[in-house]
Design a protein around this ligand. Structure first.
Ligand SMILES: Nc1ncnc2c1ncn2[C@@H]1O[C@H](COP(=O)(O)OP(=O)(O)O)[C@@H](O)[C@H]1O
Ligand SMILES: Nc1ccn([C@@H]2O[C@H](COP(=O)(O)OP(=O)(O)O)[C@@H](O)[C@H]2O)c(=O)n1
Length: 227
């Protein structure tokens, strides 16, 4: 049950490399909220499909296997975890193979229904509130969130950030892969990547990570003061 005095639900959406994970984790830690990385859940189901021989380009095969893996997310912002069938999936879900297939798997409506239900139950169990980050949190998963933020940044800035993480990777290739994934995520029929009408848009291109964190903390505090 939510504590109505302190509890706050924050939805942070946006394309890849805009700073959703880093910002959400830091904001949650600063404000004593739980944290949920919904992209990690879509990556986890994709990893399970790949390791169980499911053809990720066949939506019917993905749909019929979607209910099989058991995905558990730990929501401590200082130590977020993800397991699939009891196995630690934090490392394997970040491989290039999973990154290349996740948009196809996450576009399958049966996958989205299952993962959305899981996300809503995790948010409902967070008594002190939670920061949930993804692509469709403000529009579909938690349309009644207390605060919705939509992060953006130029493709160049996003690619440079991602290439910095993937040592030795080519910025142009990273930029093209990001743009392809954004296009797939934005154009799917079921709950595409989109800014909710009542979301606050923050362009992070020229901002440091600390500035973005400060900006979102201020927005949450303003909401709490108003509520
Ligand atoms: N405003 C920023 N300025 C510079 N680097 C940033 C900024 N925000 C995030 N980063 C870095 O960019 C990378 C991607 O950030 P991340 O939070 O994983 O983005 P997303 O979750 O949106 O894909 C990380 O290495 C992170 O430290
Ligand atoms: N709420 C969400 C979150 C992620 N996703 C999917 O999961 C993929 C991986 O998300 P992510 O947040 O880990 O991606 P990065 O931005 O960290 O690279 C996205 O490209 C989407 O295909 C989604 O469909 N809906």
């Amino acid at each position: 049950m939510r504590n109505t005095v302190q509890s706050v639900i924050v939805a942070i959406d946006g394309p890849s490399g805009t700073g959703k994970s880093s910002t959400s984790k830091a904001v949650a830690a600063k404000l004593g909220l739980r944290y949920l990385d919904t992209g990690a859940q879509y990556r986890a189901i994709t990893w399970w499909m790949l390791s169980h021989g499911v053809d990720t380009d066949d939506p019917a095969a993905v749909a019929s296997a979607a209910g099989k893996p058991v995905i558990v997310s730990g929501t401590d912002p200082d130590h977020p975890t993800i397991t699939v069938d009891g196995l630690d999936a934090a490392g394997p879900i970040r491989t290039q193979e999973v990154t290349a297939k996740v948009s196809a798997v996450s576009a399958v409506p049966e996958v989205r229904t299952l993962i959305t239900d899981l996300q809503r139950s995790i948010a409902a169990a967070a008594a002190d509130g939670i920061v949930v980050e993804g692509r469709d949190i403000g529009t579909t998963v938690l349309p009644d969130a207390d605060l919705k933020v939509f992060l953006t940044a130029s493709p160049e800035a996003r690619a440079a950030r991602r290439s910095g993480e993937l040592k030795g990777s080519d910025v142009t290739a990273t930029r093209e892969a990001l743009i392809r994934r954004d296009a797939a995520d934005s154009s799917r029929k079921t709950s595409p990547l989109a800014k909710a009408g009542d979301a606050v848009e923050v362009d992070t291109t020229e901002l440091s990570l600390s500035q973005v964190i400060e900006c979102v903390v201020t927005l949450v505090e303003e909401k709490r003061a108003a509520g």
